[in-house]
Design a protein around this ligand. Structure first.
Ligand code: TYD
Ligand code: MG
Length: 505
């Protein structure tokens, strides 16, 4: 028995050896090995994903018929671009010696201040020389206007405006509107990357605008202009130029709401500074926010007003977004938020209606939806206000997003106000974070927020009692007109705002 088993195992081993040997020789497998070793030669023109072979449908983004062959080049420059490096190929080899940090020049002198206060503030004292700045925003928000205004504040021989979107005549008309008619700004309407590189090399401006990055294309790539691979390639090339020639480049870029079309979001990580222009088309207020800044803070907000003579910096913003607010309306409460170092008064609106479905809708604009759910839960437990049968909508006016918890008490008050169909009895600015047990917690920079409110004409404030100590100095500087009401629980705030009880100052 045992003998037989050994011999059968042996036979099996021999058979396997034979098979193994065969597999090496197998032409199908051999071809498979070769395919693995080949470099990637195809790219999806929608999402930029590389593939080793042609596919009818991109397995990354699902788009059909988007494969394009990428020329397998031995060219150093292209190879370096493909590797994602902005350092010149030869330079990279010769610059391998480390620098000593404290022996390097400080970059204090290397900022380009535009004189447009709000823009300089968001950038952190102006543009850094040799940086790549992406200015994103919806079409028609004012990107080209701001870029042209920024150029207009420097000597003509140091700037260049490259446009692929508008004709020279259109840009000239805009410059006239902006009061830049006398400026001899250099203008170029090209879209080819090689032409842009050539002119930047020849003219060597300090500051150049490329309007927009979506129109720049490189003829080396098969992909269509505006596709992700073109945008990525163009940005990579411009990054190399900006760093090698010390030119500050402003790239404008359209962002689509859904973000599905090739947008500038894919290149956020490549550039030094990302600014987003926000605002609602039907109002003239425009907000400039730094989403990324390698040379400064990202929480700064620039406020502009779009006028018939271009964008104007708005420095006094406290009443900007609450000025047209109707008084004594249920569901509307004003709070004071901090945008970077600047306090901003905002109106929070809420609406509740009986829900026709089993699961009520919670919809928010400008605040986190899960934060609303949390506040509704606290309301149910601490105030016995049950919203489980009601759809709840909360909106922050002016298109602003509140990222901090200081608006909790105001959101809750707005919801209760609309639910009871009762405007606040006390016409006050409401501040405070709400904790899970129904306590009202302190918020940062209370005095600054209250001060902004008083500047905008408010004289009643509902504040967390936990921050009372920190308000002493502010209280001493005020005359009797300003009334500060301190609350420590949501119940106290509720009594104060809706029935006028507990009105000790
Ligand atoms: P624009 O800068 O062309 O927007 P983008 O480059 O972001 O697409 O600005 C377009 C809008 O701005 C347009 O609706 C007109 C308005 N505008 C003014 O109100 N005043 C002005 O002085 C200028 C130049 C534009
Ligand atoms: Mg434009």
């Amino acid at each position: 028995m045992q003998l037989e088993a050994v011999s059968s195992t042996d036979r099996l081993r021999k058979y396997c050896e034979k098979l193994y040997h065969l597999s090496i020789e197998c032409p199908i497998l051999a071809r498979g090995v070769n395919t693995m070793a080949r470099k990637s030669l195809y790219m999806c023109t929608e999402c930029g994903q590389d593939f080793s072979g042609w596919l009818g449908r991109c397995t990354n983004c699902g788009a059909w018929n988007t494969m394009a062959e990428v020329p397998d080049t031995k060219d150093k420059k292209k190879k370096q671009a493909a590797q994602g490096s902005w350092v010149q190929y030869d330079e990279a080899e010769s610059n391998s010696k480390p620098l000593i940090m404290n022996e390097m020049e400080a970059d204090v002198q290397r900022r380009l201040r535009t004189g447009i206060d709000e823009l300089d503030q968001v950038l952190g004292q102006g543009f850094v020389r040799g940086s790549l700045v992406l200015l994103g925003g919806d079409p028609g928000i004012g990107k080209s206007t701001l870029a042209l205004q920024a150029l207009g504040s420097f000597p003509e021989e140091t700037t260049l405006y490259i446009s692929g979107e508008e004709s020279a005549e259109q840009i000239r008309l805009r410059a006239n509107r902006l009061g830049l008619a006398d400026k001899a700004i250099r203008l170029l309407t090209v879209t080819d990357f090689d032409a842009i590189e050539k002119v930047l090399t020849e003219l060597r401006p300090q500051l150049a605008v490329i309007d927009s990055i979506q129109t720049v294309y490189s003829s080396d790539l098969a992909a269509a202009p505006g596709s992700v691979s073109q945008i990525r390639e163009a940005t990579m090339g411009l990054l190399r130029i900006a760093k090698a020639m010390n030119i500050t480049l402003i790239l404008t870029g359209h962002v689509t709401k859904d973000g599905t079309v090739a947008g500038p979001r894919v290149l956020e990580h490549m550039v030094d500074v990302v600014l987003y222009f926000e605002g609602e088309k039907d109002t003239s207020v425009r907000l400039l926010r730094a989403v990324k800044n390698r040379f400064g803070a990202t929480d700064e907000l620039g406020v502009f007003e779009m006028t018939d003579r271009g964008l104007i910096s708005v420095t006094e913003t406290s009443a900007l977004l609450t000025s047209g607010r109707p008084r004594h309306i249920a569901g509307s409460v004003v709070t004071s938020t901090m945008e970077g170092t600047r306090p901003l008064l905002l109106e929070i609106q809420a609406l509740t209606v009986a829900s026709p479905y089993g699961t009520p809708t919670r919809m928010t604009q400008g605040i986190d939806r899960s934060r609303l759910s949390l506040l509704l839960a606290v309301m149910a437990k601490s105030l016995r206000v049950d919203m489980s049968q009601f759809d709840t909508y909360v909106n922050v006016t002016g298109g602003i997003r509140i990222a901090e918890t200081a608006a909790d008490l105001a959101i809750m008050s707005a919801v209760i106000s609309t639910f009871r169909e009762e405007p606040l009895h006390l016409n006050a600015v409401v501040l405070g974070e709400v904790g899970l047990t129904g306590e009202v917690r302190a918020v940062s920079q209370m005095a600054k927020r209250v001060e902004a409110g008083t500047k905008a004409g408010w004289n009643s404030f509902v504040l967390p009692a936990a921050g009372r100590e920190r308000m002493k100095r502010f209280e001493n500087t005020q005359n009797g007109d300003v009334k500060l009401y301190y609350v420590s629980t949501v119940q106290e705030a509720f009594d104060l705002l809706f029935s006028g009880k507990n009105q000790d100052v």
